[in-house]
Design a protein around this ligand. Structure first.
Ligand SMILES: N[C@@H](CCC(=O)N[C@@H](CS)C(=O)NCC(=O)O)C(=O)O
Length: 206
């Protein structure tokens, strides 16, 4: 069975929710405290030298990291969790999925640990990353055209990202005011019966 190393509510939630939606069984190992020196960090870094969650160990013992790679792995088994091949929506699905992890996710890497990257200007780095993140989300909002999910009636793995990332900075109230379409998609995902338990376990439900 797949093992997901993570912390409730953190990036591992993306993997947990995607696996749950795809009905792929996994077990969860809580590595709370991994982002500070200690035994959890030492253990995680043996699996993933970046020391990040999500880190997955697959059935054959191999390691899988990078949430978008996890999404692609899941789509191999459950192609229905992305728009169909040959549709314009499918290209936009790839685009926005990669765009989120390539642009928005790194703002957390730098803003969550600014002292690592700029010990003399940590506060400024953090503020700038947070402001940049807001500008990214405003652009994403302009790309969202459908309802109740990002590509209409069919729930895709991109919607999982939207739901989970809505619970991170700049957090619900900001999203509700500035990105109402993003917020509405996240709300719709929060109502999916199959996701209730995993979202509750990760403090995503409001
Ligand atoms: N590109 C990675 C980013 C993962 C990531 O940044 N995870 C955060 C938690 S949400 C983390 O582990 N941060 C700790 C660190 O970077 O030291 C992915 O998409 O999975």
């Amino acid at each position: 069975m797949i093992t997901v190393y993570g912390v409730p509510g953190w990036g591992s939630t993306l993997s947990e929710a995607m696996l749950t939606l795809a009905e792929i069984p996994y077990r969860f190992v809580n590595v709370d405290g991994f982002d500070q020196p200690g035994t959890q960090q030492e253990m995680l870094k043996k699996l993933n030298p970046l020391g990040q969650v999500p880190t997955l160990q697959l059935d054959d013992g191999s390691i899988m990291t990078e949430s978008a790679a996890v999404a692609l792995m899941i789509l191999d088994q459950r192609p229905d969790l992305a728009p169909p091949v040959g549709t314009p929506e499918r290209q936009q699905f790839w685009r926005l999925l990669v765009w989120l992890v390539a642009n928005v996710y790194p703002t957390f890497t730098y803003a969550d640990y600014p002292e690592r990257w700029a010990s003399n200007a940590a506060e400024q780095l953090q503020e700038n990353c947070k402001a940049y993140r807001k500008s990214l989300y405003l652009w994403l909002e302009s790309q969202l055209k459908a309802a109740p999910y990002a590509f209409g009636e069919s729930l895709t793995l991109l919607d999982i990202y939207i739901c989970v990332m809505r619970s991170w900075g700049p957090r619900h109230a900001w999203f509700k005011e500035h990105t109402p379409k993003f917020s509405a998609i996240a709300d719709a995902v929060c109502r999916v019966p199959a996701l209730q338990e995993v979202l509750r376990n990760n403090d995503i439900l409001t």
